[in-house]
Ligand binder design. Structure first.
Ligand code: ADP
Length: 201
């Protein structure tokens, strides 16, 4: 049977890298952040609905300015709920249509940063969290150009490692080299996921 795996972890923990490794091993990988950007791209139904709801002020050069949109909903739960009411069902639809297109023993890995926070855990057959010590994450993200204050703000808004680990069936740790991480991912792919698939059949 198709196995649906949720992949979470705090900002900079290495989710995208783990996703790439799973894709190389043969999984179908979807990124919730990427989908939520795609469903409001110019020309989409989501774009029209966001503009109809929030007005032209959130546009820049004809595209939705995600920063302006974020500022508009910041600290305003009614506005946030309106935006989520547009985006979440579209993201869910994209996820479900991909899941429905799979067959046999396919594995779908869904990268979702806020898995523990949103109660989405029930949608997955298995959950993996990528955990990396905060100083290591901070250093890697700074190298990528993020500012310390922005990293701290994001970390504060996310679930704690304990909260993520309490919903996860497996913890990948990523304090070492990319090669060490790859070996851990290969272990999960070869030794953990096939057993789960057999148990489902
Ligand atoms: P996330 O998707 O969880 O935010 P990323 O996969 O984008 O995290 O990783 C954050 C940054 O750290 C990226 O620049 C990535 O290339 C780098 N990175 C991830 N794992 C390692 C590692 N084991 N060693 C060195 N750099 C890493």
């Amino acid at each position: 049977m198709v196995l649906i795996v949720g992949l979470t972890g705090g900002i900079g923990s290495g989710k995208s890298l783990v996703g790439e490794y799973f894709a190389d091993l043969g999984a179908k990988v979807l990124d919730a952040d990427e989908i939520s950007r795609r469903v409001i791209e110019r020309g989409s139904e989501g774009f029209d609905r966001v503009v109809a709801t929030f007005g032209d002020a959130i546009l820049r050069d004809g595209d939705i300015d995600r920063r302006a949109l974020a500022e508009r909903i910041f600290g305003n739960s009614a506005e946030r709920a309106k935006l989520e009411g547009i985006i979440h069902p579209l993201v869910r639809e994209a996820f479900e249509s991909t899941a429905a297109s799979l067959s046999g023993d396919d594995v779908l890995v869904y990268e979702i940063p806020l898995l523990a926070e949103t109660g989405a855990a029930t949608r997955f057959d298995f959950i993996i969290t990528v955990e990396t010590d905060l100083p290591v994450r901070t250093q890697r993200l700074k190298k990528r150009g993020l500012l310390a204050a922005d990293i701290e703000a994001r970390v504060r808004a996310q679930a704690t490692p304990e909260e993520r680990m309490s919903v996860a069936g497996y913890v990948l740790t990523n304090n070492g080299t990319p090669d060490e991480l790859l070996r851990e991912v290969e272990y999960v792919w070869e030794k953990i996921l096939p057993g789960l698939q057999r148990a489902q059949n």
